[in-house]
Design a protein around this ligand. Sequence first.
Ligand code: SAM
Length: 265
Amino acid sequence: MSSIAAVGESYQKFNPRAYLQNNYMPPRADFSSEDCVVPWKLRCLAEAFATGDIHGRTLIDVGSGPTIYQLLSACDHFEEIVATDYLEVNREVLRRWVQNEPDGFDWSPYIKHACRIEGKGEQWKEKEQKLRGKLRQILPIDVHQPEPLGSQLCQPADALVSTFCLEAVSPDRPSFERALRNVTTLLQPGGHFLLIGALEESFYLAGEAKLSVVPVSEADVKEALRKSGYHIHDFRAYLMPPGLKIGVDDVSGVFFVHAQKPPVA
Ligand code: SAM
């Protein structure tokens, strides 16, 4: 089995509920402290969209998993948001959230926090409803394919978001770089890419699944973006504090990048 096939196999045991519990509940989701990792991620995204530079008809989120926090500050700036994931279990979690089915993960603290830091006086219920309305497509994706969405892609997106996906599904640096090149085909020339990911991580847990991650440094991420032709507008790094090292992974930190695909000459 190729190592990409082995990664695909290891994801078959991915448990969305355990993943959400490990990463999106306290202590990692402590909204009383801006120094905590979850508020840090939300602020990076809110500030990027607040520039007003990132907007258009369609935004594609690559490897959404069972989460929607990464789309909260995007929803005012796009007519349609397309969520994607490799696993049906994750797409089902997202469909259930869009349909407001009972017993889903409670994203309300995230939505309230996003409204607070955006500072536009928006009511959280309004934002929740807006995002549900804009999330009209939840599609299967494989970032290891040269065309990750295949024939499902009608036209390249105006912007991409991807959080904790590419390094978490790539067995080594060359496949990480190739995956980045593949997802770049989903973006139109001149389009913006907000990429968040783990720094120097080698594994994470999601229930019974232990997923291998390719450890990447800040320099590796910048180099991969450069090789795919991006211009980097903003690059930030977060150092995981000892109190948030809780045994569910061995992550050292988190990177955030706002990059842009060059317009056609
Ligand atoms: N974006 C979410 C977040 O911010 O927490 C989830 C990230 S999770 C670490 C990695 C995600 O990549 C999982 O949802 C997994 O199903 C998805 N995935 C696994 N293999 C993939 C592939 N070949 N192409 C795209 N996504 C994949």
